[in-house]
Write a protein that binds this ligand. Sequence first.
Ligand code: BTN
Length: 239
Amino acid sequence: MKPVEGKILFVPELESSQDELASWVREGNRSIVGVRADFQSKGRGRLGRGWLTPPGEALALSLALYPYADWEQPQLLGMAVALAVAEALDLSLRWPNDLVLCLDEGARKVGGILSEMIPAGKSRIPVIGIGVNLAVAEFPSELKATATSLLLAGRKPPTPEEAQERILDAIREVPEPTAWSALAGRWMARDVTPGKPYLLDGRPGEAVGINDEGHLIVRTEEGLTIVPSAEAWYGGSTP
Ligand code: BTN
């Protein structure tokens, strides 16, 4: 992918790096291409959920991908950045852009990507939020069964600064997300999606794979269904 070139602001405490960067983008200030926060008081996850960023223990980084303004397949941008993060930190991937670690007790979520297209003048700019639990020492009880951190999984976590540098380097090395086929080979080497239980409009199903457009293929009692990423809702309670 094209490199993220420009200034990345570091702010010790923010409500959300995503919202901070979106306001820079809306104002049309293209010199700021990223925002990283040490602590987020109102971090946002996918599908309207919250996202925890304990001070000093996690990466909370948002990037404005200006070279990809009005990109026709925005879901592939989030997947490409997820792939870059997975390659930078040696993680597994779960569709559409969960970063996971496979532990004895099963796959546990260690990070995620929030992809948004922010209107700026006549264009829509992709703002990609990256959250990774680096040295998070404890999770609230409702997340304990599904989330982990590099530290809790027995890895030596990089600092947030190191993680940012590695991810920016890895983004340059990821193929251009022109089609799912461009990403598929490297993604599938890290994919743990097949076999995941899945709720489709409340009906149980099973994720069986990813199609040519990067959408999920789910098998329910009624047969195979294609699910675009915006509708992903694994298991019903996965963070
Ligand atoms: C997910 O639900 O899996 C996506 C989580 C994305 C969290 C990141 S942390 C940096 C950026 N700022 C936010 O408020 N959210 C994203």
